[in-house]
Design a protein around this ligand. Structure first.
Ligand code: SF4
Ligand code: SF4
Length: 123
């Protein structure tokens, strides 16, 4: 999924013009993508003269860090609200289960999409 690096955006509006589904708007002279409308066509990557429309993979370290921060906050909250340090470890187990489930969803989705790709290739 594309995202716009605000520091590199000069507010030219080329991506807004290029987007086929009007998923990009200007906010304070910086382009912002509404991911609810984006159809992942990639047109905005090519339209931007500044390279400000970035690829999703660049955000992996940031997203991992955010997940770990969230897990630590949940562990603290569980210890605080559920009555003790034991709850911190139980919460960690639940977080591990949650992300294991997310991983399974991603793996199974990829299997389905790869199968779809093969179906399309075979006509
Ligand atoms: S990827 Fe396509 S639909 Fe999404 S914001 Fe860019 S141009 Fe618009
Ligand atoms: S084309 Fe690039 S620089 Fe221009 S508004 Fe869009 S993201 Fe910003």
């Amino acid at each position: 999924m594309p995202w716009i690096k605000a520091e590199d955006c000069i507010g030219c509006g080329d991506c807004v013009e290029a987007c086929p589904v009007d998923a990009i708007v200007m906010e304070d002279v910086v382009a912002v993508i509404d991911m609810r409308d984006c159809i992942r066509c990639g047109t905005c990557h090519d339209a931007c003269p500044q390279g400000a429309v970035r690829h999703d993979g660049e955000k992996i370290p940031e997203e991992v860090a955010a997940n770990v921060t969230r897990a630590l906050a949940c562990m603290d909250a569980c210890a605080r609200h559920l009555g003790g340090e034991d709850e911190r470890e139980k919460c960690l187990e639940r977080m591990i289960k949650h992300f294991t489930k997310q991983k399974t969803v991603a793996e199974k989705t990829l299997e389905r999409l790869q199968a779809l790709k093969q179906e399309l290739a075979s006509g």
